[in-house]
Ligand binder design. Structure first.
Ligand SMILES: *Cc1c(COP(=O)(O)O)cnc(C)c1O
Length: 445
């Protein structure tokens, strides 16, 4: 190991605290974290010079690959003008242009207003607060709760986290956020007693596919049904497209596949092409109008870096790359190639229990050949991902589901590399492992 690598690892283990991580294991002397230092296209390099395919798009963010010249040029040009100015009391060209471009991605008179923030969680916070304040200002102050879906994930700040249907993440904080009622399906939603609606501001869902729920797609047509149920019940619909937005599912936005327009649309991860933290909450004129009038009706919310100029520059450049490279038109061939490759993989490995795919998002669920789950302590998903590293693929599992969610720019041969790495990793990790569960990386999934 190089001296600088060792120094960075020591400083990290002495002072950094990582997200969703068992720190005792992370800091264990047998664990050697990868120090990532460089990226180009779908590839990342560590400080030892080893190359890996970025199999989960750097936690579901990257769209056009790393180091894309058009995005770099746009960020640099903005940086030369000014890095950051306040959006409180001022505006700037990037924010104005980006808001306009985002709205133009939807039919006229639908989503017309954009509120910028910093992360997926804050995009959700904004939608939740707007939804509640809207009810207060339209004579329905009692409608302060939400309906969300079982096993959903909407971020980790307290408001967003209170929507959380993933018990292992939020159980200890239950009751501290918004009042939320969880349902598992449209049928369950339809069966709810009316008293529930009377206390509910909006319904929140990840359209087409739940990411953190081991990449589980919803039944086709469900989003249309949900939209019409919301219309029938005077309920607002908040769509969390933080993961699905910007082409991941094969269309620019997941909701377009079912021709659904929400009342609030939350975007983040891929908004800047995955280069900078930035988020947007889009909403309709009908909601916006309820915030006009005397000062008390204003939306008192904001962050220091709201509408960050560098983020806006990156986001505008990313939208330009979608046009220049006709990114969406390249996707069907890649999605089909991935589908075939995953089917081959499944035929070769009895431990693959299920393949779930939505566009360029794939979950590969591992179970014992008899169909039962591996003992959680075996941490099979982690073990396979660790083995995949040795074959030049970086990704992380959700429980025992391996995730493949590559940058959209990936080529067919790069997809083959990713699939071959999973194949080799399953080969290497499954038979000899015999559930002895030695996994150096301390990831909690
Ligand atoms: C990642 C994610 C979030 C949270 O976004 P952050 O930027 O991590 O705060 C919210 N919803 C979904 C569906 C996500 O995938």
């Amino acid at each position: 190991m190089r001296d600088d690598t060792r120094r960075w690892i020591e400083a990290d283990q002495a002072h950094c605290w990582h997200p969703f991580t068992r720190q005792a294991e992370w800091c264990g002397c047998e664990h050697e974290p990868l120090v990532l230092v460089r990226g180009e296209g779908v590839w990342l390099w560590d400080s030892e010079g080893r190359r890996y395919l970025d199999g989960n798009s750097s936690i579901w963010t990257n769209i056009h690959g790393h180091g894309h010249p058009h995005i770099l040029t746009a960020i640099r040009a903005q940086l030369e003008r000014v890095a950051h100015t306040s959006f409180l009391g001022f505006t700037h060209p990037g924010a104005a242009e980006l808001a306009e471009r985002l709205c133009k991605l939807f039919p006229g008179n639908t989503l017309e207003r954009v509120f910028f923030s910093d992360d997926g969680s804050t995009a959700i916070e904004v939608a939740l607060k707007m939804a509640v304040q809207y009810r207060q200002q339209t004579g329905n102050a009692q409608r302060s709760g939400f309906i969300a879906f079982a096993n959903g994930y909407h971020g980790d700040t307290l408001g967003a986290a209170s929507l959380m249907g993933v018990g292992r993440f939020f159980e200890r904080f239950r009751g501290l956020g918004y009042p939320v009622h969880h349902v598992a399906s449209m049928d369950e939603l339809r069966g709810l007693p009316g008293a529930h609606f009377a206390a509910t501001a909006a319904v929140v869902i990840e359209p087409l596919i739940q990411g953190v729920n081991e990449m589980r797609p919803w039944p086709a047509g469900m989003l249309v049904e949900l939209r019409s149920w919301c219309d029938d019940h005077g309920m607002h619909l908040i769509l969390d497209e933080v993961m699905t937005g910007f082409g991941r599912t094969g269309s620019m936005f997941a909701c377009q596949q079912e021709n659904v327009i929400p009342d609030f649309l939350c975007l983040a991860k891929g908004l800047t092409g995955g280069y900078l933290p930035m988020a947007a909450t889009l909403t309709t004129a009908a909601i916006y109008d309820a915030f006009l009038g005397d000062g008390g009706r204003a939306f008192y919310y904001g962050h220091s870096f709201t509408a960050h100029p560098l983020g806006c520059a990156a986001a505008l450049a990313s939208l330009e790359v979608f046009e220049q490279e006709r990114t969406l038109e390249t996707l069907p061939a890649k999605i089909e190639h991935l589908r075939l490759g995953l089917a081959t993989l499944k035929s070769r490995h009895p431990v693959i229990h299920a393949i779930r795919q939505c566009g360029l998002i794939a979950g590969i669920e591992l179970r014992q050949p008899d169909g039962s789950h591996f003992p959680p302590a075996a941490r099979i998903g982690e073990a396979v991902c660790l083995a995949a590293r040795r074959h030049g693929l970086l990704t992380r599992p959700i429980l025992d589901t391996l995730v493949l969610l590559p940058p959209l720019v990936i080529t067919l041969s790069e997809l083959n590399h990713a699939l071959a790495a999973v194949d080799a990793a399953l080969e290497a990790a499954i038979p000899p492992l015999s559930l002895s569960a030695v996994t150096p990386a301390g990831f909690l999934t």
